[in-house]
Design a protein around this ligand. Structure first.
Ligand SMILES: N[C@@H](CCC(=O)N[C@@H](CS)C(=O)NCC(=O)O)C(=O)O
Length: 203
């Protein structure tokens, strides 16, 4: 088995945090996104979409998409559960993970990819207006999230889940995107501090 990883990129970090929470270690190979190694013919043969992470199983099966990789490991090792156990837990974790991906992670990523000079080569064409258009979307969703986090300890309930991993990575991705969580959103700040203190956050 081999995990194609990229040390500073947010999606591979979701998988690394997930593996750490599960207590799993997987052999990995770094893909240097700065050097555009994801576009090499060797890596394109692994993932024609030229994105990391990618997991290659011992039988040669390739799994891409961070959440598909996490689901694979959840099935291989169910404890601790990060996608939920009861029908209600599973649905709520899925709902919050999707909400965080679509309404926080993606807008932050559009801001970063369309406005940061370092992304000029990777994001073609860079559309500055699209980057700017996503800034208020980030702030609007954070306000909603702050209200939700006033009612419970973690995004999807009283237990840490994969939705918290997506949330942590999305909030940390705001820094290179030159975005910040407003001081007034104290529930988001408390939750972020709490999940950042878990050893897995350093993965
Ligand atoms: N939907 C994919 C997205 C993967 C993705 O966009 N990965 C980024 C790094 S965070 C990447 O490989 N970017 C390279 C590029 O844009 O050329 C997932 O969830 O894993």
């Amino acid at each position: 088995m081999k995990l194609y990883d990229a040390a500073r990129a947010p999606n591979p970090r979701r998988v690394r945090i997930f593996l750490h929470e599960k207590g799993l270690t997987v052999p990995s190979e770094q893909i240097d996104l700065g050097a555009m190694q994801q576009r090499s013919s060797a890596f394109t043969a692994v993932n024609p979409l030229q994105r990391v992470p990618a997991l290659v199983l011992d039988d040669g099966t390739v799994i891409t998409e961070s959440m598909a990789i996490c689901r694979y490991f959840e099935a291989v090792q169910p404890d601790p559960s990060l996608f939920g156990r009861s029908a209600k837990e599973i649905a709520l974790i899925e709902m919050w993970n999707r909400r965080l991906e679509l309404n926080l992670y993606l807008p932050v990523s559009h801001v970063f990819r369309h406005l940061h000079p370092a992304m000029k080569e990777m994001e073609v064409p860079q559309v500055a207006d699209w980057g700017e258009a996503n800034k208020p979307r980030v702030q609007e969703f954070l306000v909603l999230l702050d209200g939700e986090l006033g009612q419970r300890a973690f995004v999807a309930g009283e237990s840490y889940s994969v939705a918290d991993i997506t949330g942590l990575v999305a909030i940390d991705f705001m820094k290179p995107a030159k975005l910040a969580v407003p001081d007034a959103l104290s529930n988001v700040r408390r939750w972020h501090a709490q999940i950042s203190a878990r050893p897995s956050a350093a993965a």
